[in-house]
Design a protein around this ligand. Sequence first.
Ligand SMILES: [Fe+2]
Ligand SMILES: [Fe+2]
Length: 413
Amino acid sequence: MLNWDDPFSTATTKPTSKPAPATEPQTLAESYAQSSVLRGMSFDDTGVALPEATEVTETSKTDAVADESAAYQTAEVDSLAPVKASDKRVINGEADINQLAPFKYPWAWEYFLNANKNHWTPLDINMAQDVQDYQHNLSDTEKHVYENVLGYLTTSDILAMRNIGLAVMEKMTAPELQIYQARQVYEEALHTWTYQHCIETIGLDQGEIYNRYRVVPAIHGKIKLTNRRLDSVLRSDMDLRKPDNLHEFVMAYIFFAAIFEGCWFYNGFTPIFSLQRRGLMKGTAEQLQYIMRDEVLHASFGIRVVKQIMLENNIRLDPKAIRAMWDETEAAEKAYAHYILKDPILGYTAEDHIEQFRFIANRRARQLGFEEPYPGAQNRTPWLDEQANLRKEKNFFETRVTEYQTGGALDWG
Ligand SMILES: [Fe+2]
Ligand SMILES: [Fe+2]
């Protein structure tokens, strides 16, 4: 049982038959005291560092607190009026970032509220049949698909979390945008937990799966391309008041929202959904359905933010640069499709995967206000949108009892 008053307390763990050696730390404070890094510092029982002791008398302590308190009461404050919505900007704004309302971007707040309608943890979903399926019902080709899709997704979601949390969120200057992105950071972490839960439950070799993106060229290619596209926004010398830097940021954000999240994630779940449609790996597929809903919101939010930045800063993008972005992402996706589906599985081929990428890419381009990169691309998996929009029904035998009272009314596509 977790002790919520002191969650890291060793006192709540089961007593062992052998008493711990006298030198072993029993509390966080003792453990910290034995650390070479923290040696010399003092900690309270919960592990919080105590200030360095100084020689002060009780009277001088009281006087000091009174002086400090008086200073707070008379501190100069800005006599400014509340923030006006019109003062806010997506980036390079100067309005007080700590005032949520009035909203300039009420849609961002709506995204936050809607995101909270898709809430689950991977432990809620029954994975027992997936273990059976993996061991007895999947062909080697299907196992290859399953493992490599997970291998790609695990790396991608950590990358997504770091990008939105470390590179994008800090550049926003309206709190309503940052609040949704804070939720997004949490969701990306939850997705990573979900893949980890699947990998662990199925009994796959964790080290090997997590390392796949470094040794499988087709997975490595997508991650390498992503790092190249996004590394610029992680640079510490990025200054969005400089037009070149701002242009670079917009291109990176378009790649991240419209392609990495909007195409590659959306399309990335499809091979597992095709197994689900044949009654296989249904627990994993249900986990991915929840993730997909999040990703649909991430992509459309990012597209909306980037369009707003372009509007506020009068940015025009070079159509050739956009075309080059589509072309290189299509090439990487083709290599990936031919690797994971080198032998087709029943009802799903590499060609289906590539054509579906093109179809979704057209949708994202339209959302951005760009021309379609692949006119006439066919929707090879018309059931894919249903996966995101399907209102979950009670199913007493396979999964938890799940219903969305409000989420079902949203368009998750
Ligand atoms: Fe994610
Ligand atoms: Fe995401």
